[in-house]
Design a protein around this ligand. Structure first.
Ligand code: MSP
Length: 542
């Protein structure tokens, strides 16, 4: 049976339209989802919006509308942007969805019943931007560094989640040890990139019990049995990962989807979030899961930031780049390719329209586009566009470069234990483009135009077959990253159906392009971006 892989992203606060930072995370998740589908895994990919809390309430009040009306306007902007970027979530969850609200209410009651949530007096400095109490040491010159804002003092009777009860166990889950005696089988939440782990372990040491209800906030899921308070937005939000799968708190029988993607020990959960919120996912989230008696995720991946110059992009910082404007200016494939190729995954990296233009013109228009275009041109001239017979004797170099690209891409995306970080997406792309380059180099060295001139028709046919077959494998290998472009290559090669149905084990074998198939020389698959377009993509909004 196919491996079950559950892939989640952070759900974005529905306080403003999506920016490039949000898009970056979702694109990476989509690449991972599509990669695993191509590999033959059964994937469930979840993303969505985080809609409750003080931030949304305040913005709605300022506009004189209800918070629900406010988020009903914002959330669809995320969904439509993800469509424009060619993302393929299996569900787009909203924390205002009725099934999610029911799960949060029940899970909260269950945690309270079990003594993991208790009422206490809570006092602290609160940053509404982060929806989080801050310690003095988190602040820079008295301000939250994420939002450049002075946090407010809050003092109220709140419920608290007794994270302290799980600390020893969580430490073991993060390290794979069994110092607590509660982790006998050495289970582990893998934290990647590894450099995030030491920071999390340090934080865990002094991590306080977390206040999980709010009196001053009205816009939220009511605390069961206490209509005066609402559930803390982070508890609400984290539970989306369970409600998204159809989890029923406390029920003896769970839904099939939940069993398959969460409860089954053989299932893999990959939770992709930004480095700023990795701590919530490595400390509070496991505490909730342990309290509910559930398994913890297999991997929490804390990606880096897209920056504008040195600064993190964010609405409160006023340097937002709109993904929709970028898609309009460059197309979804260019945006996806640039972000995944240019920023070493896991680290920070900056976006400029100039760098995007350089990168996609070189790799998509010149390298890949020309390889296809000139080959189909020669095929049209010499074989009326029909795939000629193979000549195995001339194929060796490209068979070898395909094997190498596959091995390297696989090692970058899914390394064996201990062989490096998973999802080195940029390295996978480098490996695939080595195969594209090898294909172009092959054309140069085999010089099919000279073969045509010399009337060596059989060899010419064999060489063109090898190049077309190579491009068929390129279409499959690139499909998780630039699915629109891959489909164009697929169609021009005369392949029927969708390249997205191609599977690693079956369709990446060499020699599957049918001899005698009619190709379709169409428009170039990727047009070079010019200066003017690049400027449109740099349009900024505060
Ligand atoms: N709503 C919470 C997450 C709850 S998950 C149970 C939240 N929302 S957010 O809108 O502030 O951020 C959503 C995601 O976008 C986070 O993973 C965050 O790290 C990521 N990014 C926000 N700005 C970013 C960049 N400039 N670059 C890359 N990712 C960034 O946190």
């Amino acid at each position: 049976m196919a491996r079950a892989l559950y892939l989640t992203t952070a759900i974005d606060f529905a306080n403003a339209p999506p920016h490039l930072g949000h898009a970056y995370e979702k694109i990476a998740a989509d690449v991972m989802a599509r990669w695993h589908r191509m590999r033959g895994d059964e994937v469930f990919f979840l993303t969505g919006t985080d809609e409750h809390g003080f931030k949304m309430e305040k913005l709605a009040t300022a506009e004189g509308i209800s918070p629900k009306a406010f988020v009903d306007r914002i959330s669809p902007l995320f969904e439509s942007t993800w469509r424009a970027l060619n993302l393929s979530p299996d569900r787009f969850i909203r924390t205002t969805d009725a099934d999610h609200v029911a799960v949060v209410t029940k899970a909260y009651a269950l945690l309270r019943e079990r003594g993991f949530i208790e009422r206490a007096l809570y006092e602290g400095l609160y940053c509404a931007g982060c929806e989080e109490f801050k310690n003095e040491r988190d602040l820079v010159e008295g301000k939250c560094p994420n939002h450049d804002a002075v946090p407010e003092m809050h003092r109220e009777e709140n419920d608290v989640l007794r994270v302290s009860k799980f600390k020893a166990q969580i430490r073991d889950l993060l390290t794979g040890e069994n110092a607590s005696g509660q982790n006998p089988d050495g289970r582990r939440i893998e934290v990647q990139p590894e450099l995030r782990l030491s920071e999390i372990l340090n934080l865990l040491e002094g991590f306080p019990d977390v206040s999980v209800s709010r009196k001053k906030v009205k816009w939220g899921i009511p605390v069961p049995g206490d209509e005066e308070q609402v559930i803390y937005v982070w508890i609400d939000a984290l539970l989306n990962y369970l409600s998204g799968l159809g989890y029923v708190p406390g029920a003896a029988t769970q839904t099939e989807r939940f069993e398959r993607f969460w409860a089954d020990p053989a299932a893999t959960q990959v939770q992709l979030v930004g480095k700023d919120i990795t701590k919530f996912h490595c400390i509070i989230w496991p505490a909730i899961l342990l309290g509910l008696g559930l398994r913890v995720p297999k991997l929490v991946y804390g990606h880096g930031w897209v920056t504008v110059g040195q600064a993190k992009m964010g609405k409160s910082l006023g340097n937002v780049v709109e993904p929709n404007a970028m898609v309009e200016a460059f197309g979804a494939d260019a945006v996806r390719y640039f972000l995944m190729r240019e920023i070493p995954f896991g680290r920070d990296g900056s976006y400029t329209p100039e760098a995007l233009k350089l990168r996609v013109n070189a790799d998509l228009a010149n390298n890949l586009g020309n390889a296809l275009n000139r080959t189909l041109g020669m095929l049209g001239k010499n074989f009326e566009g029909v795939v000629p017979p193979r000549l195995e004797a001339v194929e060796g170099d490209l068979v070898a470069s395909l094997a190498e690209a596959k091995a390297k891409a696989l090692a970058a995306m899914e390394p064996q234990a201990g062989a490096g970080e998973p999802y080195r997406i940029h390295e996978a792309l480098v490996a695939i483009w080595e195969h594209v380059n090898a294909t172009n180099k092959y054309v140069d060295t085999q010089a099919p135009w000279a073969l045509a001139k010399a009337g060596e028709s059989e060899k010419l046919g064999g060489v063109l077959y090898a190049v077309l077959e190579s491009l068929r494998t390129v279409a499959i290998l690139t499909s998780p990253f630039v699915p629109g472009l891959s489909q164009k290559i697929w169609a021009q090669l005369g392949q029927s159906g969708s390249v997205l149905d191609a599977r690693w084990d079956v369709d990446l074998a060499w020699g599957l392009l049918p001899v005698g198939q009619a190709t379709l020389k169409g428009e170039p698959i990727f047009l070079r971006l010019d200066e003017e377009l690049a400027e449109a993509g740099s349009k900024k909004k505060g």
